[in-house]
Design a protein around this ligand. Structure first.
Ligand code: MN
Length: 393
């Protein structure tokens, strides 16, 4: 049911609401409660995973040169600044309630389970997924966990995705970029994409530090992390998938990238331009059916994790469409209250705000819509404004 904005405006003016006409119109969809906020790239871990990473790194840290800070394992949880919020879901719920986050899509923290040998990786994936499903059941309507996958055993990873979706009710998978320096454009990983397409769930390609073959120049100045290395690594990974023809093979496959598409939207025109001008540099170019940007626009959704900067978000909405850009925080690595304030200040028409903060997430991750009146938080109905009743938001 659509709200009648004209009668709402009349009611508000009659009630002496101290707002200008344009403000009242812009605010109309929010008058009976604030907008629903779904954060779509929120990190978590379980204690067993943190212990297993520490154990592995102490014994085989030389095999993961991108993680020099973990060579002796994680420090004790209480001294590791993100440790407690990563594993404590009571605290997370309290933070979400405080900051007005209604629902969170949960992703196992980077590098997740991809550093382990295949058998241990698979075992940890199952444990992480079982725990995440338990958490989602314990807090109904608050969490949508994605399935942690261990690509080092591709067939088993595909089966685990199927188990997680069919038995645990998960709505997608998450892979933290490279696995032992290997990228998913290698056909041996494609059973994972086949499973995702058949199950009609997206794969979230989440960052980690650059792979060993490109790591060295990033190790200085802290550049291997979120400042630049994550985007360089994960943007490269996404482009490799496109240029390898993954999306010709899997025409209904959906991918999600964080950090506003890891820089790719900004380069879309240049990527196509050079692809056209230098096709001989792309060995698969004679077989690809479309331009790189066309695959990106059709198969990728992007989130604003760690990147809720107004001009960049508006640019991405402009070039990809408002249906492609989803709100995210990147809890606990980002300051959540500051991120919510920054995102709410992005100038955006009300309908686009609805898409950005929850509508797109509901569609991409199959999250049930809720009625607006069920949302907790500030901004109660103004006196004299009509109630929206049971209208779906
Ligand atoms: Mn993240």
């Amino acid at each position: 049911m659509l709200i009648d904005r004209r009668s709402l405006l009349t009611t508000m003016l009659a009630a002496g609401a101290a707002v200008g006409a344009n403000q009242a119109l812009d605010a109309a969809p929010c008058t009976s409660g604030r907008i629903r906020r779904i954060a779509t790239e929120e990190g978590f871990a379980i204690p067993e995973l943190i212990e297993a990473v520490s154990r592995y790194m102490r014994a085989h840290g030389d095999q993961e040169p991108g993680l020099p800070e973990l060579r002796n394992g994680f420090p004790p949880l209480e001294r590791f600044p993100w440790g407690p919020p990563l594993i404590d879901f009571e605290r997370r719920i309290a933070d979400m309630d405080r900051d007005g986050i209604d629902h969170a899509v949960l992703l196992v923290m980077s590098p997740g389970i991809q550093i382990f040998e295949p058998a241990e990786g698979l075992e940890l994936a199952r444990l992480v997924n079982d725990r995440a499903a338990e958490v989602a059941r314990r807090y109904p309507g608050r969490f949508t966990p994605l399935a942690a996958l261990a690509p080092q055993a591709p067939e088993a990873a595909a089966q685990e995705l199927e188990r997680a979706v069919r038995s645990l009710g998960m709505k997608g998978g998450i892979i933290n970029s490279h696995t032992k320096g290997e990228y998913l454009d290698d056909r041996r990983f494609w059973p994972i994409f086949a499973a995702a397409q058949a199950l009609e769930v997206p794969i979230y390609l989440h960052p980690r530090e650059p792979s060993p073959r490109m790591l060295a120049p990033y190790l200085d100045f802290g550049l291997s992390g979120a400042m630049w290395g994550y985007a360089a690594e994960t943007g490269l990974h996404a482009l490799r998938l496109i240029l390898a023809g993954v999306f010709d093979e899997f025409p209904r496959l959906r991918l999600v990238l964080g950090h506003l598409g890891e820089g790719i939207p900004y380069y879309l025109d240049r990527i196509d331009n050079r692809y056209r001008a230098q096709p001989r540099l792309v060995p698969t170019s004679s077989q690809l059916q479309r331009l790189p940007s066309e695959y990106f626009r059709e198969h990728f959704w992007i989130t604003s994790s760690g990147a809720n900067w107004a001009p960049a978000v508006r640019f991405c909405q402009q070039v990809l469409g408002v249906d492609r850009v989803l709100f995210a925080v990147d809890y606990p690595f980002e300051d959540q209250p500051a991120t919510v304030a920054q995102a709410m200040a992005i100038p955006m028409p009300a309908t686009e705000q609805e898409s950005f903060f929850h509508g797109n997430a509901e569609r991409v991750f199959g999250i049930a819509p809720v009625t607006r009146t069920r949302l907790a938080g500030p901004a109660p109905p103004r006196p004299g404004s009509p109630r929206r009743g049971a209208t779906a938001a």
